[in-house]
Ligand binder design. Sequence first.
Ligand SMILES: [Zn+2]
Length: 707
Amino acid sequence: MIMEQPLYFGTQYYRPPTPAREDWDRDLAAIRALGMNLVKVWAIWGWMEPRPGHYEFDDLEQLLDLAHQHGLNVQINVAGVEMAPFWLDRICPGGRRVVNGIFMPRQNSLCCLPADFSAFCPDHPEVGRRMTEFFRATAARFTAHPALMGWDAWNELMGMGCYCAHTVAAYREWLRNKYGDELDALSHAWRRRYMAWEDIRPPEHPRCGYADMVEWKTFLADHTAAQARQRYDALRAGDPVHPVMAHTSTPSLHNGRGGLAWGDDDRKLAMLLDGWGVSWAPAETPIAPENHGTTYTLDITRGAADGPFWISELHASGPMVDGFTTRDSPPEYREQKFWIWTALAAQAKAVLFWQYRPELAGPEAPGWGIVRADGTFTERARQLGETGRILGKYNRELAAARPPRAPVAILYDPQIAMMQQAEHSPELFAASLKGYHRLLWELNVTAEFLHPRDLDRLGDFPLAIFPFPALIADADARILRRYVENGGHLWTEAFMGQFDERWEARPTVPPTELAELFGVSFGERHGAKELGMVPPEGATIKLPDAFVIEQMTPTPDAVVSAWAHAGGKSPLAVERQAGAGRTLCLGTLFGRAAGEMPDTGDAAAWFAEKIAKFGVVSPFAVSPSRSGVRCRLLQAGDATWVICANHGATVSTRIEVMLPCPGCAAGEVYGDPACHISLDGGRLTLAGDMAEHSVWVVRAAHADGKD
Ligand SMILES: [Zn+2]
């Protein structure tokens, strides 16, 4: 549904009780004048239902009427248990989440708190019933309003888990379903002797068996997805028309302690909704070539959404989690322009600022804001209209624009991250994914993150990289083998298939199917803080923090393509032709090592050479090659958009790319005089001094194409 929408450019506007009513008309007129087409407002359960069954929507009604008069669309963000009414404690005793054996404490400013706080448990039947009724009633009230664009059903979604009697009962029910109501089957799988289902408790401490941890987190992932769907269905019951989405603040693959650690599996969630978004905070990290994490967040969000996604919150004025914290300097317009285009290049289809005007109540006051607290324009607000006009002019084209098919899939299994929760090193999983993403990002090669549910799409990618593959089910090993035999290139590394689908260590690693496929067997594994990688030709490549080295023995039909230098010389990279495809296995955590390097240098060059042999090269030729310039392509019908962002210092650069339309004309959409464009037989060249932290946005289309 989201895919058929226009491109949205807008801002969060109203979270009760601010801004004040007398400012609304003037503010909405100013927002429209900036070229924005959407505002987000909040329907907060604790504000809109001050007494049970008694709804007060007059503020939202007035806001939607005014937005309509100013030609603005409105998304309503509905907040449920995370911002519950004060009477709920009295009406639903025992309705609070239980964590660490106690009920979540009361927060007296629930209405104005950021929504990273879920005090009540919707598994409590009366809490769940009252919350969903609020969602339904809100949707029914506004479904016919002409300004309504749609719903955000869950702000900064976080499942987090709960140990109340209702949630634990739901967990046991989930286990009974999974094991066909056979307690012995569960006991066998977990290597235990259980007497009754009631004896099973979810783990409350990180140090527990892998089975306990993965089953509990997988339940939470399914359960959070079901709760998101419960909100969706409640809104749908009141509004059969408008799209319903949700957004996260910490994507599943972000790091070892968020997302999946709480049991949020973004892919499972996004599949149940009409759209998926993220709160994106690039302003919290300086723009620099080594800070690829902000782009990583965009790419993993696109992976969860399987395509277009939303920037549901883009910080307007830097990291002010509370009103007393401040940034060294307010962000400038050029940074905001930089981030908007970086997001669009990653296939975001909406960019909403957090937020228009600083709040005056609650713990974030007076933080954030495109404009000042009195509503007057900052310099960055005045300039933002330039981007607003461009996004308005090319709205339909940018809404329809899609990147070319990515040549690389990065495979991941959420269970590996969940297993790490029972371990001391929860960062290995995300760090390994991030490291490979960084290498590809530096080469201007786009990658898609592939969830186990999407393995049927594996054949679409010439190259699949499986970082930190510590768990591989027998059935998945067969899928990987077929992929290679049919012509795919598969790249993986240490820990390959160490654990099976019951989270039990295999006695021989890799398992037979994969040992044959990769032409390698592992002996003992030991730690490797400093590792030297020696290719057949060229200098030794230093891999700091590679974590481990596997003692690898290649089969006679395999080729050693790099050696390890760590006290002796042993195989570090083993390649093998298998059917129509080829495999490469590294005996260390290469991705993790790459992610930790201040400069990927030689490791990146070796990686680029290897993946080129597997048919993966960037469509862009950028010189100098080790600059901070990152480029992406978008295509919309006849038009091609080239978006280049300079994450580094000012550089004299030359960027070349072949366009699919030889007869096109090209122009820099901002008219940046530093960007010299030439087009020769479909080869587009951009050259000039590219300023630090600037973007070049070039549109190419047939001269008679609509502008
Ligand atoms: Zn609960």
